[in-house]
Design a protein around this ligand. Structure first.
Ligand code: PLP
Length: 362
């Protein structure tokens, strides 16, 4: 078997050694629960959680009480829909949305309205409908182009100054710095595992945390219970019922320290140059996009993925959990293939991956 070329960063990033070492050290030498103990070890875990929260806040231009730990982007997006209570609200969505961004709104009973896109599959700021809630996909996992999130939210507020903006930053967070304040979003969700941290940890930024009534109940989130009332802890703890994913939180700070903007973009643009010369390959993404999404004339995406995988190339094939984007590009029935890179990829990966794909697609 050849060396593995991992070009599936957009599905999940490989982990820097510093993340693996921090998690191992926590499990082996520092383990205790947070927010419950008063021994020195438990206090140190509390400090570790606070330091991770502060690091996330600094990463996205927020303050610590706006940072809620979740299980991932999907969990955060579901929780945002529940916290808002979108039943019978007019919720604007777009065909850029991942299933995880639109489905929670539909499942919670929203009335869906569509935001228009331009011919390059970017938000068309002139076609933002009046809505109670707007879902903004900061970067589609199919197209890999950063969107003008602040512009979309500002345009939505021109139609309704009270619109609640929920941003899916799952892909964006891996490539570009987030400025929560400049965006003006009410909720911003992303996953640790796409930015070099572990699975099972996510971030939900909440602009005005005290505006929302907690959606999950249990240990750690309530200060006092009487027969008459429940007095919740202050944010963010009031949104964090139960034991947090502490090991994964231990990996957050080193992941953010290792994070670099546009990591792997040179690899994707090299692949774009090489693969755009193959006449059987149809590319759906821009040359400077964060991902390269393509299909092959006369070949099912799953066949391509299996053959590439057997030769050591890991990439994503299928509908990308983005049914609406697949319709937009009129994707073949089996979906498309997607190449995405990270800090671990080397320039020679472009040559090897191109040889593998061109060897299959002759
Ligand atoms: N949103 C986008 C744009 C994504 O690409 C993904 C994952 O691929 C998600 C949401 C969901 O992320 P997770 O599966 O980590 O919850």
């Amino acid at each position: 078997m050849n060396k593995i070329i991992y070009l599936d960063a957009a599905a999940s990033a490989l982990k820097p050694d510093s993340v693996i070492e921090a998690e191992t050290d926590f499990l082996r030498n520092k383990y205790a629960n947070a927010g419950r103990g008063i021994c020195a070890r438990a206090a140190a875990v509390d400090d570790m959680v606070s330091a991770a929260r502060n690091a996330v806040a600094a990463f996205m231009g927020a303050v610590a009480n706006q940072i809620v730990f979740t299980a991932g982007a999907t969990d955060g997006l579901n929780r945002a829909a529940r916290l808002i209570g979108v039943e019978n609200m007019r919720v604007a969505v777009s065909d850029l949305d991942h299933h995880s961004a639109r489905m929670p709104m539909v499942a919670a009973g929203a009335d869906i309205v569509l935001i228009g896109l331009d011919e390059n599959y970017n938000y068309d700021l002139s076609s933002i409908p009046a809505a109670d809630v707007i879902v903004v996909t900061a970067m589609s996992n199919v197209f890999g182009t950063p969107q003008d999130v602040a512009g979309v939210i500002a345009a939505a507020r021109e139609k309704n100054p009270n619109v609640i903006a929920v941003v899916d930053a799952a892909q964006y967070a891996a490539h570009m710095p987030i400025d929560a304040t400049a965006w003006g979003a009410d909720f911003i969700c992303f996953s640790g595992h796409k930015i070099g941290a572990d699975t099972g940890i996510g971030i939900m930024y909440v602009r005005e945390p005290m505006r929302w009534r907690p959606d999950n109940f249990g240990g750690g989130m309530v200060n006092k219970i009487t027969d008459a009332e429940w007095i919740f802890n202050d944010a963010p703890e009031c949104f964090e019922a139960g034991t947090l994913p502490l090991t994964q939180i231990a990996g957050l700070r080193p992941a953010l320290a290792a994070w670099r903007p546009r990591a792997g973009h040179d690899i994707i643009s090299g692949l774009y140059d090489a693969l755009s010369r193959n006449p059987r390959i149809k590319i759906y993404t821009a040359p400077d996009a964060a991902v390269l999404t393509f299909s092959v004339d006369g070949m099912h995406a799953l066949d391509l993925g299996a053959m590439a995988g057997a030769r050591g190339l890991c990439m994503r094939v299928g509908n990308m959990c983005a049914t609406w984007a697949m319709r937009l590009i009129d994707a073949p029935a089996g979906g498309v293939a997607r190449l995405s890179a990270g800090a671990w990829n080397r320039p020679e990966d472009v040559v090897v991956a191109t040889d593998i794909i061109n060897g299959i697609v002759k």
